[in-house]
Write a protein that binds this ligand. Structure first.
Ligand code: GAP
Length: 453
């Protein structure tokens, strides 16, 4: 099988309604995308799967949903105002703005000129005014990561839930970065979603938990359908670590454009909680934090035995929804040779991620009896609460099967004239293309089995 190209995925996404260029009718907006009917379903399924594994399947993690607009003090004390930048270079010839580490052989990739400026730091955070006065004094940032409001809510969550260490806070939502060169479709964009966990542990237990979370996250990506062979772990070298990190392991995936980061698992020590604490004098913080903040919080825990206060350490698995989406599409997509010059495109998604779980297809679109029976079955399957079930009343079975192969629907059910006589339907399996007949009253049970595999 040949490797999938980015062009094939982009084309599928547009053709079938997974992803559209945002603001397309006005020429688009670079590095920003919209999700269509199927993309929205797939994205929601991926996020739900993450939330289930983090919050519902464990008893030591709580979920929150915090604001996107962020008080600048938070991002001052987190270190983002001073250090969250990429090296920017200008091409003096064609005026392109470039990221230094994306330039090869000291040449502008757009025009080939070597007449480039020296690199200078470019802060990636978006700023916006808050309130009606636009003199620059009342501004907020759009959060560049979901993590910071987890730290600033640490005490709220600790005080309102019955947890002891180790325990975690999970958050899923939008983040914004003014990337110098967004590229590779949805891989590097300016508006994206993150799935982040901050897992708080006792100082000294951080290395053990770093390893545990790396293993858990690898296993989770495999459960979403990524092949072990497409994944590599990368220990980020000391000189490349983010300002808050003591050690980071990146989960790298073989995207169509190359091996790149899918998720980072960072050991953030006591840097963040320490940086946001008001009085740091009695906290014995190990990381190099900013001077005392204007926050009114003590983001620390009192040891029940010694009565001493300490700041928990943090392990942070942080994944991008868009990168997960792209990796999953890439892994699932293939063009199968059916012989005699025929081929089919199939998206072999794990059923829990499929945008449409089942399509119910009446053999003839204008036959009321068939359509009525198909509608009843659709409603029955929909009631299972397993995701979207579609009544596909196109009147062309071959075309419907091809469409559902291409969008990853695991199961098609055809209601035909025999169904009216003996109460059976045809079940078609996406992956094997096998067709079997089943009694209508067994269809729901079969559907549950298919989706829960
Ligand atoms: N809180 C830690 C943090 O934000 P990061 O490595 O900068 O760490 C975490 O980002 C994840 O967010 C990355 O592994 C990637 O999946 C995703 N991500 C980061 N920047 C992105 C961008 N511009 N476009 C799409 N996804 C991005």
């Amino acid at each position: 099988m040949t490797a999938t190209s980015m062009d094939q995925l982009v084309s599928l996404c547009k053709r079938r309604g997974f992803i559209f260029q945002s603001n397309e009718i006005y020429g688009g907006l670079q590095g920003i995308y919209d999700y269509g009917p199927l993309g929205t379903e797939l994205k929601n399924n991926l996020k739900r799967s993450w939330w289930n594994s983090m919050v519902y399947e464990r008893d030591d993690i709580e979920g929150i949903d915090s604001s996107i607009l962020t008080n600048p003090s938070v991002l001052k004390h987190s270190g983002h105002e001073d250090t969250f930048s990429d090296p920017l270079v200008d091409c003096k010839n064609c005026k392109s703005r470039l990221r230094e580490d994306h330039i090869t052989e000291n040449k502008c990739p757009d025009c080939g000129s070597e007449d480039l400026t020296e690199p200078r730091p470019f802060n990636l955070m978006f700023k916006t005014n808050v309130g009606p006065i636009e003199d620059g004094s009342n501004f907020a940032y759009l959060r560049p990561e979901t993590a910071q409001q987890i730290f600033t809510n640490f005490k709220n969550v600790m005080d309102s839930t019955p947890h002891h260490l180790p325990f975690g806070i999970a958050q899923l939502g939008k983040a914004f970065r003014n990337e110098i060169t967004p590229r590779n479709f949805i891989f590097r964009v300016r508006e994206f979603e993150q799935m982040e966990l901050e897992f708080f542990v006792k100082p000294g237990e951080d290395e053990k938990w770093h390893k545990i979370w790396t293993d858990l996250r690898l296993k989770w990506w495999e459960d979403q359908g990524l092949d072990k062979k497409s994944i590599e772990l990368f220990n980020v070298p000391q000189e490349e670590l983010a300002h808050y990190s003591k050690a980071t392991v990146d989960i790298m995936y073989k995207f169509p454009h190359g091996l790149e980061e899918l998720e980072g698992i960072a050991s953030r020590t006591d840097f963040d909680l320490g940086s946001h604490s008001k009085d740091q004098s009695d906290l014995n913080i190990s990381a190099k934090v900013q001077e005392n903040t204007k926050s009114n919080a003590k983001l620390a825990i009192q040891d029940q035995n010694t009565k001493e206060w300490f700041v928990p350490y943090v392990i942070e698995p942080s994944a991008g929804v868009e990168r997960g989406f792209l990796a999953i599409l890439n892994e699932a997509y293939s063009v199968e040779d059916l012989g005699e010059g025929k081929e089919r495109t199939v998206l072999a998604l794990k059923p829990h991620l499929s945008p449409i779980k089942a399509a119910v297809i009446p053999l003839k679109r204008n036959n009321e009896e068939l359509v009525e029976k198909a509608k009843l079955l659709k409603n029955e399957l929909q009631k299972q609460g397993l995701g979207r079930v579609l009544l596909e009343n196109s009147g062309n079975i071959g075309k419907s099967y091809r469409r559902h192969d291409e969008i990853g629907t695991p199961m098609c059910v055809t209601v035909d004239f025999q169904s009216l006589e003996d109460g059976t339907v045809t079940i078609r399996d996406r992956d094997t293309m096998e067709q079997t007949r089943l009694n209508l009253d067994q269809t729901s049970e079969h559907f549950k089995q298919v989706i829960n595999t």
